[in-house]
Design a protein around this ligand. Sequence first.
Ligand code: FE
Length: 255
Amino acid sequence: MIDLHCHILPGIDDGAKTIDDSMAMARVAVAEGITHILATPHYKNGRWTNEKDVVLQSVTAVQKELDNRDIPLTIFPGQEVRIVGELMEDVLENKIQFVDEDNKYLMIEFPTATIPAFTDSLFFNLQKTGVTPIIVHPERNHAILNDPTILLNLVQKGALAQLTAGSYIGSFGKKIQKLSKQLIEANLVHFIASDAHNTTTRTFYMKDAYNKLEKEFGKEKLLEYKQVTKDIVNGELIHSAEPKLIKQSKFLGLF
Ligand code: FE
């Protein structure tokens, strides 16, 4: 099992605070069946910067500690990149850590409440250079909760989207859980990741989410979602099903 969104690196954002926290998270991950984690510390979310070189150094240190403690887990470097106007410049200045070695996939986070007006043009510019943006946890963005066609438009133009395991199993409340299921049904998300920050309030829930996915959508969907995580890490092309519209009426009056 591969987890493509996790705040396991110690002391650099609101995830693990110490190396012991990182190891505790690693043990929970392994117990759930996770073999590989993409470490995705926050980049420019207003509080933390965590440029590429910082991520690489931390991943090396954490991997060494995992190996010393015989914890069977592999950590890859990544970033959860807050959408910022200067992102293309940051890519050119080598501050950005992509998901895969060929720099084809990038994890992008929107602000909690809104979708910036420059999103369309930034995604267009990224895609023009061969980069596919992966929108992290769209189900937790208030604008998308109110109007999922915002996500539909971005996915139709080629963006991918990551559903958070906790959202799907209900740890962020009923509305987000309901939307999570609808996003899966409508092919508006493409895989599940944990976005784990610790082992208590924001843990992995990957096993629970995958069990639920299999129960509600069948074995084929489960295998498809797992395959997408592999393909993304390997920089392979994703052949995703046609995204569909979610009926608007269900979302009126949420906020
Ligand atoms: Fe995150």
